[in-house]
Design a protein around this ligand. Sequence first.
Ligand code: NAI
Length: 504
Amino acid sequence: MSAFKQIGVIGSGAMGRGIAQLFASAGVEVLLHDSRSEAIEQALSQNRELLERAAAKGKLSAETLAGTLARMRAAPRLQDLAGCDLLIEAIVENLEAKQSLFRELEKLVGREAVLASNTSSLSVTQIASACEHPQRVAGFHFFNPVTLMKIVEVVRGERTEAQVIERLSALAEQAGHFVAVTPDSPGFLVNHAGRAYGPEALRIVAEGIATPAQIDRILKDSLGFRMGPFELFDLVGLDISHAVMESIHQQFYQDPRYTPSALVPSRLAAGLLGRKSGQGFYRYQDGRVVEESPAEQPAVAIDRPFWLDCQDQALRAKIAAVLEQAGAVLEQDAQPSANAICLLTPLGEDASSVIARRQLPVARSLALETFAGFDRRRVLMRQPGLDAAVLAQARQALCGDGVPVEVINDSPGFIAQRVLASIVNLGCEIAQRRIADPATLDRAVQLALGYPHGPLGFGDHYGATKIEQILHELHDLYQEPRYRISPWLRRRVQLGLPLTTPEE
Ligand code: NAI
């Protein structure tokens, strides 16, 4: 397959600039165009600065620097791109603007030239539908910043020729990027897979279970995410994130799995967009979060024994050791004594359901998260009938070794369990719909979203049977199709196979 000889990049903003730098660095001639000539100059000088800085640090030789800079040139007029055999569009995210540009380009370039769009949310097939030769049109979706985010989605429109996909993939690989080939499905691969983490966190807030800051702390400490969902909303901008959620929800014909949060519109109206507006879920001053100091918990005397609803001996010993450090005792009898604080360790169920099922004393029973996260941060889940003094003793007893304790309201799957299960379930749907094979899905999500595991790998790491159990409880309590279990997940649990097991 012949490589591309000259690439034309249209749109010299954040993305176009990065794409030009990426391919010039990979040895291909790049012409950069923009309807605003100053944008071209700005992009070229920014790229020069970045490359010179890298050279000064010894990351590239003087010769490589000179060669790369020479391969990146301005194309002040669109006609200057006539000789290019690949045109990558990175203009404004607007269907009509992209269609009209592609129509212009078709008149200009050779019959064999490939036309690619960096769109993140529009249908590639719809963009291509404006073209005389839609088979040469594909999506080429990079992530920001392009040179550092080493992944690209190569999107196959309904009529895109296979060789176009192969040539774009080869080019991206030559530039050192991981290639995820995806069909033209809403959100493609990555933005689709990302529709569980933030949305489920918003759902938890909307239900009054925990605050955004608590959720961020818990998910980072228990599941190993680098950023909490609300920190991420603030970084990306809630307006941008919400637009993606709305667009995907619309494109899937209001499938409840993708329902955006009703909490968001009023926040947008209030300008609580995140870092860029100085306030989002957090407040910012000089680009830094203004930390809210947590309310001090007054020390209380622990005068009740604890009883644990858990048969796992290793876990019992671990919890007993923590309680002991706080001066508390763990009862070993099958039933709690009349005074005991009952700690439940549910998987997927909320505290109220376990209390009702096990007929435990309402005022003295609460739940402790032990499935996802115990050593860096602990989560206690109260319920509407819990005695406040019991909660205060439980909280104190569980931070005897200095590990912070968060108290949340009743929730099926606490916080980490249900967010994890939502991510895994959505990943399974993506695999089921053949949007990506398991290996591509997991790698793409890790590279583009920075998750510690891909969605399927996450499921296998924590146990697919347990994930299914959590989803089952969520579905049972809410009775909403949002939490319906993906057939991909159910079948692999039934057959005892890893979630990463591919299918023809
Ligand atoms: P940007 O606003 O930084 O740059 C867009 C540039 O296109 C501007 O310089 C503008 O003057 C130029 N432009 C607009 N209409 C034009 C036309 N008809 N002909 C020539 N130039 C035109 O935008 P950004 O962030 O670089 O995004 C570009 C595209 O990449 C959009 O489709 C966006 O959805 C997509 N994208 C953006 C990502 C991001 O994180 N910013 C990530 C992935 C995709």
